[in-house]
Each structure stands twice: as C-alpha cells, then as structure tokens.
Design a protein around this ligand. Structure first.
Ligand SMILES: C[S@@+](CC[C@H](N)C(=O)[O-])C[C@H]1O[C@@H](n2cnc3c(N)ncnc32)[C@H](O)[C@@H]1O
Length: 388
C-alpha cells in the first residue's frame, strides 16, 4: 500500500468509529477485508488510527469536523505535514481536498484548553485537582504514543542479560530508570513474540510504572503468600512471582486470567489460580478496575468514553474491593491498593474513605504516585497495614 492508501484505510476506519464501532473492532473488520495489506501496512494503518484517536478533539478542531477525512486532515495540519501529499486523489488514495475542506478547521492555538489538551471538558477538574501545575504537561504526554516497555523476568535472568539477548535478536534496548526490571525498545518494536528471548521467557511486555509498583512492594518476596485479587491478564501476578512470592491469582472475571498458566510456564514461575479465595495472605494486591486515565496513551478511547457517572460507579466498586480484600490480609500482612488512574477520586480519596470506614484499625504505611512524566503510565499505590 502507498502511504496515501494507508491514510485512506485509516479514514475509512475512523468513519466506522464515528458511527459507534470500537477502534479495535473497526481495525479488525478492515483487516479481514484488506487482503492486499501486508503486516507493515496493517501496523501503519493502526498507528495512524491510534495517533488520531489520542488527539481526536484537537484534530477535529484543526480539520473542521468529526469525519474520518476531517480528522485525518486535522492531524496532518497539527503535525505540520502537507495534506496534499495524502489527499492526492490518486488510485487508492483519499480524494483531493475540496475548497470547503481547505478552508475548514481552525488554528489550534485559538482552541479552548480542553480541546488543545485533547480532554473532555469535565476531566479538567479532576485532572487539575490531582496534578496542579503539571496537569497540562501530563495531558500533553497522553496525546502521544507510549514507549514499548518490557519487564526482565528475574526468575530467568538479570536485566542486563535480557538486554543482551534482545540486542542479539536485533532490538535496540535501553534500561528505564523508573524500575530495576524495565527495558525500553528504542527502535524496532514488532515481531517480539516470535523471538528466542520471548520463547525462553526472558521478558514480558509491561509498562514501567506497573513494574515500579511491584518493585515498591519489595525486592525479595520469597516465602510470602501473596494474593493478586484483581489479577486480570496476570501482569503483576507474574512480576510478583518472579520476585519469589507464592502467588494466588483471582479476578471477578476468571476468563481474563485464561492466558496466565501459559505465561507462567514460559516465565518459569508458578501462580495458583482461584475462583474463590480462601485463607489469609501476607500481601493482598488490589490492582483495582479504574478509569485508566494514567494509561490513556495506550487506550485512548477510554479518554473519550469515560463519564462522570462511570467515574462515580468506579469509586463504589473500588470501595467494595478494598473492604473485601482487607478481610483477606493476615494479622501482620499488608494491603496494597493500586490503580492506573491519575484522579484523586480513585486514589487518595478511596484510601482516605477506607481508613475512615475502618475507624483506626488500619493505617497507611507507604504511597507512590506516578504520572507519564515519570517515564511510564500514570499509577497510584497505597500500602496499608493494620494498626498494632
Ligand atoms: C486493572 S485490571 C487488572 C490488571 C492486572 N492486575 C495486570 O497487572 O495485568 C482490574 C481487574 O479487576 C477485575 N475486577 C473488577 N471488579 C472486581 C472485583 N469486584 N473483584 C475482583 N476483581 C475485579 C477486572 O475483571 C480486571 O481484570
């Protein structure tokens, strides 16, 4: 496919999204039909669609509308690229721009703050409350693609050894300061899962902030019984097990853990999976369902879908999880509450509400708050212990 043909495909997909389809679904539907597209074409189309989804509001402002064409036009203008190089009217390329399209759209520097930052209006409040003067810089970071970060699997090798294996497999790598296990890919990012280091279980894909959260729970967790209460795909369960913990994974939706046995076997660690938690644990991690606002670079649709009502509903779910999970912590154990949210409503305020409900029986012993300016996704961690 020519570069312009890739844009034409992205425009078609963005039109499906505007009709209400989820981005992944629209990409899959297109991919099934586009037999002519090779893997590089598919990846390029995907990148265009996600780059525009991250900047949907500013692209609509600059392009003068919400259609796929207007969004693509706006994104090209935002990047200072010549739209006529894309809207050529050649075979498979987007039709040439009409006079109306040429004059549509406005200068982004004249846009309101929420439009410039690619946020819904109401999100400015919670974001400002949480981040103060860094709010704009964080929102700006969320408008851009996230780096691809891996976790060196300490159960198999050191970070240096994993970096050497990746370099041998042809990948540019750099250590990430935020976590002692994190490795960033510096150039090539595709094809990782067919490499020898992956097959050998030397690494997992995991954002650096998720890794930093696990680091904070202790370098050596040998001998500890740990419950990952909201295990999902099991990224943190595997990281905890690699640090020597005896990990039990649980999730309200057990189907989300379906790949965990295969991943654990590849990583050379063991993770028990349970539907009904029994007993008490030295450490209970609640990586709670949340707005995902700290990870909007990776899941940009979430940025546009989140409503105030959903945020309120999430805080109720988070309260319930904290109450239930606290009952699973042994007498001298720790309760770790984490979210990939930037908002106080889901973070500090949930912990404060829990401590108040517990009326002095628990106290907070540690806290970590990360934003994309720290080198990974936005993340929050509070560690709680029983008062003694
Ligand atoms: C943020 S995700 C977990 C991500 C995972 N820990 C990881 O590192 O890959 C939150 C998970 O909580 C689960 N969940 C939602 N409500 C829950 C509840 N009441 N109890 C336990 N798990 C719940 C969801 O199914 C989802 O998989």
């Amino acid at each position: 496919m020519t570069p312009a043909a890739r844009w034409a495909a992205a425009i078609e997909i963005l039109d499906r999204v505007a009709e209400g389809q989820a981005v992944e679904q629209a990409l899959t539907t297109w991919g099934r039909r586009a037999r002519y597209g090779g893997s590089k074409d598919r990846a390029a189309v995907r990148d265009i669609v996600f780059d525009i989804t991250r900047r949907r509001r500013s692209a609509a402002w600059a392009g003068g509308g919400e259609t796929g064409r207007a969004l693509a036009l706006g994104a090209l203008r935002l990047d200072g690229d010549d739209p006529d190089q894309v809207f050529t009217g050649a075979q498979y390329a987007p039709e040439a721009l009409s006079e109306g399209e040429r004059t549509a759209g406005k200068d982004i520097t004249t846009a309101p703050r929420a439009t410039r930052l690619d946020l819904q209006d109401w999100v400015l409040g919670p974001l400002d409350r949480a981040l103060g003067e860094t709010a704009d810089a964080v929102a700006e970071a969320l408008r851009h693609r996230a780096p691809v970060t891996l976790r060196a699997n300490l159960a198999r090798a050191t970070r240096d050894e994993v970096m050497t294996a990746l370099a041998t497999a042809g990948y540019g790598v750099a250590p990430v300061e935020l976590s002692a296990t994190a490795i960033r890919l510096t150039d090539r990012v595709r094809g990782l899962q067919t490499t020898a280091p992956f097959e050998a279980g030397l690494f997992e894909m995991q954002d650096a902030a998720s890794q930093a959260v696990v680091d904070r729970l202790g370098d050596d967790l040998s001998g500890l019984d740990v419950l990952d209460y909201c295990a999902g795909g099991g990224g943190k369960a595997l990281a905890l097990a690699a640090r020597g913990a005896r990990v039990t994974a649980h999730d309200a939706d057990p189907d989300r853990m379906r790949d965990l046995p295969v991943r654990a076997a590849r990583a050379g660690v063991s993770v028990a999976i349970t539907r009904a938690v029994e007993g008490r644990f030295d450490l209970v991690l609640c990586d709670a369902p949340c707005s995902g606002s700290g990870a909007w670079r990776r899941q940009p649709e979430g940025k546009w879908r989140l409503t105030e009502a959903r945020l309120a509903e999430l805080t109720r779910i988070q309260d319930d999880i904290l109450d239930t999970a606290s009952g699973l912590v042994s007498e001298k154990g720790r309760l770790a509450y984490a979210t990939c949210s930037l908002f106080r409503d889901e973070n500090e305020e949930r912990v404060a509400a829990f401590l108040e409900r517990q009326d002095g029986r628990w106290r907070q012993s540690d806290e970590l708050r990360l934003s994309p300016l720290d080198g990974g996704d936005g993340f929050y961690l509070a560690v709680l212990e029983r008062q003694r």
